[in-house]
Design a protein around this ligand. Sequence first.
Ligand SMILES: Cc1cc2nc3c(=O)[nH]c(=O)nc-3n(C[C@H](O)[C@H](O)[C@H](O)COP(=O)(O)O)c2cc1C
Length: 189
Amino acid sequence: MVEKKSLTLYWTKNGNTEKVARRIHETLERAGIEDSILRMTKDLEVEYLDYNLVFLGAPVYHNLPPKPVIAFLEKHRKRGVAIVASSPEKPGIAAIPYCTYGGGHTGYNEALPMLKYIGQFFEHEGIRVVDDIAVPGVFPEAEPAYNTKGRFGIITDRPSAQDLREVEGRVLGILRRLHLVLPLGDAFL
Ligand SMILES: Cc1cc2nc3c(=O)[nH]c(=O)nc-3n(C[C@H](O)[C@H](O)[C@H](O)COP(=O)(O)O)c2cc1C
């Protein structure tokens, strides 16, 4: 079984999701985990099962991941790992979908379908989804009201420094909970 290795995958157009990805990466590395941070592209090939933890994140586009991310997920579903009835869990690996989103209309409900959608790709192949992380992010292309009068109020500076501190806290919480998957020792707990 692999030990203390993680993978942080991200896709971004305007940089919000990359900021979150980088904070996840830095937090994992500081905790003593060897993390590979990779941008999802058409040509990227990865094997999730080579890692103990996989973070996969992107912006919400129309309640789902952007098309290149859907293409990435589908390509990896076909990479040869058997998907069987009841999707028995594999030991030693867990996944965490994450996203950034404007939430200008219905707030967190805009992130939920996408997080669940990504999670299904992992759960189908027996990779347990242990958490998900949704971070508000400015929507520069939208009419200004979406960034000032939406459900989260003024989001022009988000993800903010406070948002990124919260991401760090969430990642550390995941690591403490997963002490059997990633044995980091008593000092860390
Ligand atoms: C084409 C497009 C569609 C979007 N659709 C949604 C949406 O349905 N719900 C939402 O909350 N935010 C939506 N957003 C806002 C983005 O999710 C948000 O700005 C995100 O933080 C951008 O991430 P990035 O900077 O990593 O590209 C959309 C943005 C774009 C460009």
